[in-house]
Design a protein around this ligand. Sequence first.
Ligand code: NAD
Length: 494
Amino acid sequence: MDQGSIDALRYEKVAAQNMLIGGKAMPAESGSTLKVISPIDGCELSTIPDASVEDVELAVTAARSTFEAGKWAKHPPAARKKVLHKWADLIEANALELAVLGVRDNGTEISMAFKAEPMSAASTIRYYAEALDKVYGDIASTPHDVLGLIHSEPVGVVGAIIPWNFPLMIAAWKLGPALATGNSVVVKPAETASLSLLKMAQLAHEAGLPEGILNIVTGKGTVAGQALARSRDVDVLAFTGSGIVGRKLLEYSAQSNLKRVYLELGGKGPHIVFSDSQKLEEAAKAVVGGIFRNAGQVCVAGSRLLVQEDIHDEFVSHVAELTKAMKVGDPLKLDTQMGALNSSDHLGKVLGYLDQARKDGAEIVTGGNRTLEDSGGYYVEPTVIDNVSPNNSLFQEEIFGPVLTVTPFKDETEAIALANNSNLGLASGVWTDDLSRTHRMIAAIKTGVVHVNTYGGADGTVPLGGHKQSGNGHDKSLYAFEKFTNKKTAWIKL
Ligand code: NAD
């Protein structure tokens, strides 16, 4: 990846988009569209179909009929594996185009997006392609005159609803295990990040995925997303996004067909630094990277720095220095370290938190304002706010922006209490050189992932799932197969 090749792609005209339903490129039946606005400059980039309930039903019907016809589920595993590998190859071959298109749509800095989006999606698809013929059923321990077989079967039709922060990576977390196990899928990407996923889905067909197995519907969450979640013909719904929408999805399931609903929701990651750590320089860099990558629009972001009080002043001033030195701006420049917020609505939400913080007399160490307004884009300065009390909304609510709060602690007991003082429990980080403390902290912190002496970077071999109100179920790793399969027992009298 070099700047010249990025620049060659960044101004390409993006045609009005179609959905992918039953293998065909389809507009909304009504012809209705939504404007796609680039967060880089606030200008119109393209349009996507604004799907109606009927459009979504068409996609679900396509998925159901291809599933029942066994067009994919009954493919031999080796054939499914070949298609998925080919798809991963094509994603890699088109990685730069996918990444640039995605960045124009959602604003993530390209240095991160290239790896985190197409390359990560390809490796996820490949992981499940490789795994699909290496999982076995079970034979139960039964009396000698009975045979108890436990099969895993595809659930049928999977609905996936995806957010805007990492549309390819997160879609692949659902698509990899769902397709590997033989399901048909309907995906609804976010209104403000659909373009790269539409392109990645076309590549699946080039790779030989039969028509109708992977369907993409675009449009509003409240219409298209809701229709998918309420469909009586969707067996499992896999969601990543906000807690507010997650709650609604559980209601829709209860009001329709009791489909299983898997929720990957927000986080408020505590990033804990003990003064016994000999790696404080590394820790400071990880704290900065852990919150400001993708402008803080990361579910596992370490948004609450908890730092031991004897190193508080020095550590925070170093974090602030590193923060001030960050290059913020055009996400399509290779040296940009923090790009744009995803939409003007989201910009407004993040600025709202900062305005309130100022009114409340918050100690803003650096940042706190919108920046590069002349560009027309949605940029906010990376912001550090010191001495934030656990009762403050800045400490409790997921801002999902470039805002790091700092709270000092006295000892391990207080660090644990502060870390767990949240309804959310997705990810956390601990910096310490004390092995016993490491294990005590891993056991005590109520998050699905605990990073030790690093932050972020947990790859596809390990599960990602929220504790508390950060969700249920797991993306990534072999555990994700459980979401998209049903167990079936055969009890055979011999
Ligand atoms: P969101 O939950 O509003 O949207 C996520 C997806 O759900 C989108 O595709 C959207 O169209 C769809 N949706 C919205 N309303 C729906 C409904 N009633 N029924 C069905 N689908 C619906 O999240 P967002 O607007 O993308 O971001 C807002 C907040 O979500 C953030 O502030 C953050 O808290 C959280 N978030 C978390 C993650 C994560 O990875 N855990 C990612 C993105 C956003």
